[in-house]
Write a protein of this length. Structure first.
Length: 388
């Protein structure tokens, strides 16, 4: 067992930390206020090779494992949660194409991802959020094509100007209903019939674009099927096993940023003749916050290490996502408490962090969904004998 990052991972962290502090953090307040997507930051991240971080070298990427994704997402999230979100979604889409894509799809889309084109993952619908088995978008077979119709909602990395290729899950066999009747597709944004509906005006991660995706008689060739026909649910769930570790990492970064803000205030603010950092009540808060941040990182790295080794990681991925996202909310809430009224004022970093943290227990599966995944897994293990 080794709790140290490797020399290469430390170098990656040093590079991304410096980038995040110098290029990402200075924009965070403005893009939160205006809701502007930081396209210029994505362009710089492309130059640094980050957008293809988890893409194999043969397709133009860095070929780095999930553990490295944790480093990048968490460092970005310390500076700006919205930028970290855009990057985490890119890693999710890259992962899905890498794992389930045909050779032809990998050759077309992975080099595009490395060049900074944005990937989009479209699963949720207005009446299918926690329960994706009830999606209604259809993909009807017609000769050598499929024709897709329907609406997806809360889709990240998508707006009028952003989003270049889309992983979308639709019903191909309504008779089978639910899991076995769903298929994933990988389609180009420019395909006729693809459009964007409402662009959401959100409480937090305001600079990350989140929109409705509308598909209207969108005809795509059979070669756009991602994975096998009827396996769409498994493609989505398999992708989320990795995606949830990304959100765990985003949560760790946000929690760490909140703790840093709280400490900054605690060591400078004087009340009752001494720094509030010297008041025991505040110290207890700070100790709890720091302990939870540390635990969240450990859980996230463990899940990422299992994924990197190609091991079954769903349970650990859900545990990390559940714990880290709840931790980010706990730490942000306590940080505002330590700040007092000053932390409630628009434009302060901690007020933004508090709003950004709120989505973490919702997207890529709510905390309740993570608990369902964890419980089912441990019960299955108990029934079949515990697995080491
Ligand atoms: N990887 C691969 N296959 C998986 C899987 C995973 N992580 N999870 C489930 N499956 C498979 C199951 O093995 C099962 O296969 P068989 O039919 O061959 O036995 C099939 O998928 C159905 O699984 P299950 O019965 O567990 O599905 P449920 O409908 O009960 O749903 C949960 C399971 C709740 C875990 C799932 O619906 C879920 O994750 N919901 C949240 C979705 C989400 O995160 N939405 C946010 C979208 S992104 S912002």
């Amino acid at each position: 067992m080794d709790f140290e990052l490797t020399k290469e991972q430390k170098l990656l962290r040093k590079m991304v930390r410096s980038f995040a502090e110098n290029e990402v953090a200075p924009l965070a307040e403005e893009i939160d206020r205006t809701g502007r997507f930081p396209a210029e930051t994505i362009a710089k991240m492309t130059e640094l090779g980050l957008m293809g971080l988890n893409v194999p070298k043969e397709y133009g990427g860095q070929g780095l494992p999930d553990t490295c994704k944790i480093i990048v997402v968490s460092e970005l999230a310390k500076a700006c949660a919205s930028t970290a979100e855009a990057f985490a979604v890119q890693m999710l889409v890259n992962f899905i194409i890498k794992k389930f894509g045909s050779e032809e799809q990998k050759r077309e889309f992975l080099p595009r991802a490395c060049k900074g084109e944005l990937g989009v993952f479209a699963l949720s619908e207005p009446s299918a959020g926690s329960d994706p088995s009830s999606i209604r978008m259809t993909a009807e077979e017609d000769g050598d094509s499929y024709v897709l119709n329907g609406q997806k909602t809360f889709i990240s990395n998508l707006s009028e100007t952003e989003g270049d290729f889309i992983v979308v899950v639709a019903v191909t066999d309504p008779e089978k209903r639910q899991h076995g009747g769903m298929t994933a597709f990988l389609i180009d944004r420019k395909t006729p019939g693809v459009s964007v509906g409402t662009i959401e005006d959100k409480m937090g991660i305001r600079a990350a674009c989140v929109s409705e995706l509308l598909l209207n008689d969108c005809r795509v060739p059979r070669s756009c099927v991602l994975g096998s026909v009827g396996e769409g649910f498994k493609v989505a769930m398999g992708g989320l096993d990795s995606g949830r570790v990304g959100i765990a990492a985003q949560s760790c970064g946000i929690a760490e940023a909140a703790l840093k803000e709280a400490l900054k205030n605690a060591v400078t603010r004087v009340q009752f003749g001494k720094r509030i950092a010297d008041q025991q009540g505040i110290q207890f808060y700070l100790a709890d916050m720091a302990t939870r941040v540390e635990t969240a990182y450990l859980m996230t790295y463990k899940a990422a290490a299992l994924l990197s080794e190609g091991k079954r990681a769903g349970k650990y991925s859900s545990m990390a996502k559940y714990y880290a996202s709840e931790t980010a909310n706990y730490v942000a809430q306590k940080a505002v408490q330590i700040y007092g009224g000053y932390g409630y004022v628009r434009g302060t970093a901690i007020e933004r962090i508090f709003r950004d943290a709120r989505v973490l227990t919702l997207y890529e599966g709510t905390s309740e969904i993570q608990k369902i995944v964890i419980a089912r897994e441990i019960i299955r293990e108990a029934e079949g004998g515990f697995v080491e």
